[in-house]
Ligand binder design. Structure first.
Ligand SMILES: Nc1ncnc2c1ncn2[C@@H]1O[C@H](COP(=O)(O)OP(=O)(O)OP(=O)(O)O)[C@@H](O)[C@H]1O
Ligand SMILES: [Mg+2]
Length: 234
């Protein structure tokens, strides 16, 4: 794990307090959410528009809440920090797989994957191994513009996964949408391997096959936290 310069080397605890996010025009994407996150896997579910991506954006430090706080390790108000410090925490210890597969179009597959790497070096073999496991090793020199939907999702996942290896907060937004069944299984196993007891992992998904990964299932509906179910109650 990293954390060389920022005030938070490892994120071990996140407390979301009365968090609201309003978008311009007044729509409330999140409405007074309170939630505590500790190492383990949280699966975030809820209908389209429920606020899942918005919550991940706030946890990632890229969307300033309209109200409420995100407190890291009981000591630091994430949005009380200046943008530069927040950026260094993001860079050093947060991995965020965005829902959209956003790439630099003039770079090929492997160049796009390496772009997101953390400041800690990940061996090339690890990256190759991930590409082989997901069946896209042969595509490593291909322009990203020529990939299928599922292939793009795999590149997006691997790019985030290698960052996750050196991060303590891992946020994955619909990591298996567009993937075939076998690849979904592979991604599920890879996420399971990340769950070492040191990382907080939050997965937003509509994929029923990912539910079993959750130590907790967090349900959002219309911006409100509807229910949290812990594994021993599932
Ligand atoms: N940039 C924006 N401007 C205005 N409203 C937005 C913006 N982004 C999202 N919203 C609104 O905020 C609400 C929550 O959106 P969000 O993307 O968080 O939902 P979601 O649960 O991730 O949905 P999905 O399952 O479709 O990914 C929605 O009503 C959406 O229309
Ligand atoms: Mg979303």
């Amino acid at each position: 794990m990293s954390g060389l310069r920022s005030p938070i080397a490892l994120i071990k605890h996140v407390r979301v307090e009365n968090l609201s996010v309003s978008y311009p025009g007044g729509a409330k994407a999140l409405d007074s959410i309170s939630l505590e996150l500790e190492p383990g896997i949280y699966v975030l579910v809820g209908p389209n528009g429920a606020g899942k991506t918005t919550l991940l954006d706030v946890l990632a430090g890229i969307r300033v809440p309209s109200k409420g706080r995100v407190v890291l390790n009981d000591t630091t108000s994430f949005y009380g920090l200046d943008e530069r410090t927040r950026a260094s925490i993001r860079r050093e210890t947060i991995a965020y797989m965005l829902q959209e597969d956003i790439f630099i179009e003039y770079l090929n597959v492997i160049e796009n994957i390496m772009l997101f790497r953390n400041i800690i070096n990940i061996p090339t073999e690890t990256v190759n191994d991930l590409m082989m496991k997901l069946g896209i090793y042969g595509l490593r020199n291909k322009p990203v513009t020529e990939l299928s939907g599922g292939e793009k999702k795999k590149v997006n996942f691997i790019r985030s996964y290698i960052k996750a290896l050196t991060s303590s907060l891992v946020l994955l937004d619909e990591p298996t949408s567009n993937l075939d069944w076998e690849s979904t299984e592979t991604v599920r196993e890879l996420i399971r391997e990340l769950n070492t007891g040191e990382r907080i992992i939050v997965i937003a998904t509509h994929d029923i096959k990912l539910l079993e990964l959750g130590d907790s299932i967090v349900e959002l509906r219309a911006g409100k936290l509807e229910k949290i179910t812990k594994k021993h109650n599932i």
